[in-house]
Design a protein around this ligand. Structure first.
Ligand SMILES: [Zn+2]
Length: 238
């Protein structure tokens, strides 16, 4: 006869479901892919996934964003942060930038149980808090992959789950700057959240960002905002 012994992970899941039913739980953690369509802004977001080769930091892109004080949101993975301490310090010190997290080792979350997902999600949140004194509330899953367990864990941890509604495709080496620019430029509209990379994987990213911020966004009367600004923004008035 099979013995029905609940595993630790199952018990944990059950406790999550119980929490899900508690009305006092904050309503964070539905998966956010865009801001209000009435908001005259877009969020330029940049994932900082770990890299095997190269510096892992797109200096020309960052110089452009910093020089022009362009609001942007970065999702840092723990593994990336471990190799880029001074960059983390610099980005945290700029008030037009916002910092979220992107998993610890860039794991495929749906392949893991609830305990493992919690460890992966919490790694860089704890590092930012303990080492840099920064509370990071925004979370984006590695590869954009998640399941119901991920949503429950993110909610339990009090984080906001931020995806996107425009994928630039910037790490794809077969796409030209023109192709990426056209794709993003056509789709950009009020409330868009656009995903790029700032870890050097996007060879065309700086060029695309320059054209977007100089041509597309002013022409469409949209301005770059951090994710939080975008989520707080509902009105037509700039
Ligand atoms: Zn990533």
């Amino acid at each position: 006869m099979r013995r029905l012994v609940p595993t630790r992970a199952l018990l944990y899941l059950l406790s999550l479901i119980a929490l899900e039913l508690t009305p006092s739980t904050p309503s964070f953690a539905q998966v956010i892919t865009a801001g209000s369509p009435r908001c005259p802004g877009v969020a330029l977001t940049f994932d900082l996934c770990p890299v095997r080769k190269g510096s892992g930091y797109d200096q020309p892109l960052m110089d452009y964003l910093i020089t022009h004080r362009i609001p942007a949101t970065f999702f840092m993975s723990g593994k990336w942060m471990a190799k880029h301490e001074s960059e983390v310090e610099q980005l945290l010190g700029l008030d037009f930038f916002e910092i979220g997290t992107h998993g610890d080792v860039h794991a495929h979350l749906p392949m893991h149980d609830a305990d493992e997902q919690r460890t992966e999600i919490l790694g860089p949140v704890t590092l930012l808090q303990e080492h840099y004194g920064h509370q990071a509330r925004l979370f984006r899953p590695p590869y954009g992959e998640y399941n119901d367990v991920t949503v429950a864990v993110v909610k339990l941890l009090g984080l906001q789950f931020i995806q996107w509604n425009i994928e630039s495709g910037d790490p794809d080496p077969t796409l030209s700057a023109e192709q990426i620019f056209t794709r993003v430029s056509k789709r950009a509209k009020p409330g868009s959240i656009i995903v790029f990379h700032a870890n050097g994987k996007g060879k065309q990213t700086r060029q695309v960002i320059e054209r977007l911020t100089r041509e597309t966004l002013p022409a469409k009367k949209l301005r770059p905002m951090t994710v939080n600004e975008l989520l707080d923004c509902t009105s037509q008035t700039p």
